[in-house]
Design a protein around this ligand. Structure first.
Ligand code: 5GP
Length: 116
């Protein structure tokens, strides 16, 4: 793994800066995106500071599965029974701006394809 950098999400995990938290357990945290791109726009992050999906390893196997299952649960609890979209931006070409792995959970409107 590359050198782990401190990000704004580390501060949110430590509750040093406020966030509208919708879910938390020992492994992960979910909160509302500060610039929502849909009526529901949540971010789900592992507490382990993995900079991006490309730097996850086989050690993270169970954690990755946990994140997907929690994303499903959070979408359900947010009332997204008509569907939702999960997005992981990875690296520069992926449009990633915060170097702490995060899943976007988007819903509440019809999503277009292909993405921009
Ligand atoms: P990325 O572009 O890296 O995939 O997504 C980063 C996301 O984090 C963006 O959607 C952005 O709005 C969100 N974000 C950045 N800083 C903060 C913050 O301080 N609080 C919250 N709640 N969201 C943030």
């Amino acid at each position: 793994m590359s050198e782990t950098t401190e990000t704004i999400f580390s501060k949110i995990i430590r509750k040093e800066i406020p966030a509208d938290i919708v879910y938390e357990d020992d492994l992960c945290l979910a909160f509302k995106d500060i610039h929502p791109q849909a009526p529901v726009h949540l971010l789900l992050i592992p507490k382990k500071p993995i900079p991006k999906l490309a730097e996850a390893t086989s050690e993270d196997h169970a954690l990755m599965g946990h994140l997907l299952l929690i994303a499903k649960r959070i979408a359900d609890e947010a009332g997204l029974s008509n569907g939702f979209r999960l997005v992981i931006n990875n690296g520069d070409d992926g449009g990633q701006t915060v170097d702490h792995l995060h899943l976007h959970i988007l819903g509440g409107r019809h999503m277009k394809w292909p993405p921009g």
